[in-house]
Design a protein around this ligand. Structure first.
Ligand SMILES: *[C@@H]1O[C@H](CO)[C@@H](O)[C@H](O)[C@H]1NC(C)=O
Ligand SMILES: *[C@@H]1O[C@H](CO)[C@@H](O)[C@H](O)[C@H]1NC(C)=O
Ligand SMILES: *[C@@H]1O[C@H](CO)[C@@H](O)[C@H](O)[C@H]1NC(C)=O
Ligand SMILES: *[C@@H]1O[C@H](CO)[C@@H](O)[C@H](O)[C@H]1NC(C)=O
Ligand SMILES: *[C@@H]1O[C@H](CO)[C@@H](O)[C@H](O)[C@H]1NC(C)=O
Ligand SMILES: *[C@@H]1O[C@H](CO)[C@@H](O)[C@H](O)[C@H]1NC(C)=O
Ligand SMILES: *[C@@H]1O[C@H](CO)[C@@H](O)[C@H](O)[C@H]1NC(C)=O
Ligand SMILES: *[C@@H]1O[C@H](CO)[C@@H](O)[C@H](O)[C@H]1NC(C)=O
Ligand SMILES: [Zn+2]
Length: 406
């Protein structure tokens, strides 16, 4: 049986609360629950009808149910709390332990919006499967064989609502006249008590209070897009050195896979370093919703659930179709040497040859300043479509395999 929500009304722990007070409150909560393990902590407040929690433990949220929670990872200057919406699709009672636990997270960069729709639509489609009837319709869904769901999915559709507000990729802090931090470089974060700054504490709250420092998660996918101003396909970064990652990448049926050693502090690499298979999925351009790419990514999530046996039918092994997937180990960026106006001749996923002229830069009069050429043979991943360039800006990325002869 799922634990009912335990409501208690201590203030949400804040940076100003003495650690001893926090410990005492947590100990009291633990005693009240008669449990020595972690648990979902309800602050007692609600927002738009959904409970606010300060810590998630997937084993005590209602089974056979898609729950919605809010969690506040930090407060900004002026006392403005940020709130993250959290979906938890929890399957049959026993499958919190026996089934896989999957994290699907989106938009840690505030201008990356296809991922928002992807996570929202995954949970809408999960609801339509009829496998999450809630507690009310009796016990039959306690068994996967009776149409229940085998496992748990945590969904974070908007990890950086402040970035959404500012129409900004990065996270703004107001100290020192204002500063932008790339949140995807500061995971797993550092709490305020341990000496972290606001962005570090924000990341630590997601890592510890949502994902339970991996205790809530076995497999993870973090959804992104290119930066605003570029066009691209559906592709991913994948660190094949960890078992399980290649499978995650192949199931995407991507246009391109970049086999990649990862980026320290990113969500993906933090998972991989903790031994949790994870990839970064890149879904086309920033700041738009592209239904084709969104649908392909939602379909991926359901292939992945099938592969993780979350629908209970282990009979159907998923065989990904890799016929259109171009796999590379390296990127070559073509950058401009002058500030001006860039014209690009090649499109996304076009094959190019080393030395091929792929565009040019003009000055304010329309005089050509330089030709742009491909430094390698390979396939175009992304193309800058914003023509106003500064010297040093990359305008085209080409995916290719570096070989010993390079
Ligand atoms: C789920 O069912 C259990 C047992 O009947 C009950 O204690 C609990 O309150 C229910 N949870 C919800 C969210 O309805
Ligand atoms: C979930 O699906 C049921 C029908 O199965 C529907 O009545 C309900 O509105 C859906 N809930 C959401 C949040 O989409
Ligand atoms: C997560 O747990 C590991 C031990 O399992 C610990 O070494 C690490 O410091 C924890 N990470 C964070 C961010 O708390
Ligand atoms: C969506 O993406 C696909 C694949 O990259 C592309 O062919 C299509 O033109 C895009 N649609 C829109 C409306 O941008
Ligand atoms: C995306 O999927 C939805 C739901 O299945 C469908 O209604 C829509 O037509 C699809 N859009 C595209 C562009 O494939
Ligand atoms: C549930 O998932 C686990 C992990 O993938 C798997 O071992 C188990 O067989 C699945 N259970 C059912 C009933 O499919
Ligand atoms: C690049 O190398 C990978 C393995 O390292 C291989 O699977 C892939 O087919 C190669 N791609 C191309 C375009 O040759
Ligand atoms: C290709 O990528 C690998 C892995 O990141 C790197 O070690 C290597 O230096 C790159 N090769 C070239 C030619 O850039
Ligand atoms: Zn991103």
């Amino acid at each position: 049986m799922a634990q009912p929500p335990i409501h208690h009304n201590p203030p949400r722990p804040t940076a100003t609360m003495l650690p001893s007070t926090k410990t005492a409150l947590l100990t009291l909560t633990t005693l009240l629950l008669g449990s020595t393990t972690s648990q979902t902590i309800y602050t007692g407040d609600t927002l738009q009808g959904y409970p606010i929690i300060s810590s998630l433990d997937i084993t005590d949220v209602p089974s056979n149910t898609i729950s919605r929670f809010w969690l506040s990872p930090a407060e900004g200057q002026g006392g403005l709390p940020y709130f993250l919406p959290i979906f938890v699709a929890r399957g049959s009672e026993e499958s919190a332990h026996s089934g896989k636990r999957l994290s699907l997270s989106a938009s840690i960069h505030g201008d990356e919006l296809n991922p928002v729709a992807v996570v929202q639509k995954i949970f809408a489609r999960l609801n339509e499967t009829g496998r999450f009837p809630g507690n009310s319709s009796g016990r039959q869904h306690d068994e996967v064989s009776a149409g229940g769901f085998n496992g748990t999915i945590i969904g974070l559709p908007t990890q950086n609502p402040q970035g959404n507000l500012l129409n900004q990729r990065n996270f703004f802090t107001s100290s020192s006249n204002g500063f932008f931090t790339n949140l995807n470089r500061v995971f797993p974060g550092v709490t305020i008590e341990e000496g972290g700054g606001l962005p570090d504490a924000y990341a630590a709250a997601i890592w510890n209070d949502v994902w339970g420092n991996t205790t809530n998660v076995d497999v993870a996918v973090d959804f992104h897009t290119l930066s605003t101003g570029s066009l691209g396909p559906l592709w991913c970064y994948a660190d094949y050195r960890l078992d399980g990652v290649q499978r995650l990448a192949e199931l995407l049926e991507a246009d391109m896979i970049k086999i990649d050693p990862g980026e320290p502090g990113s969500i993906e690499t933090t998972w991989v370093e903790a031994g949790v298979p994870a990839i970064t999925v890149e879904i086309g351009p920033g700041n738009i919703w592209n239904a084709t790419l969104i649908n392909r990514t939602v379909d991926y999530a359901f292939r992945l659930m099938e592969d993780l046996q979350m629908f209970g039918d282990s009979s159907g092994q998923v065989v990904p179709d890799l016929s259109e997937t171009y796999i590379v180990t390296n990127f070559s960026g073509t950058a401009v040497s002058y500030s001006g106006w860039a014209e690009v001749d090649v499109g996304v996923l076009e094959d190019v040859e080393e030395g091929q002229v792929i565009g040019r830069v003009y000055n304010s009069w329309g005089d050509k300043l330089e030709d742009l050429s491909a430094a390698v043979s390979g396939r175009v991943l992304d193309v800058l479509v914003d023509p106003a360039v500064e010297a040093g800006t990359g305008v085209v990325t080409i995916g290719y395999n570096a070989t010993a002869s390079d």
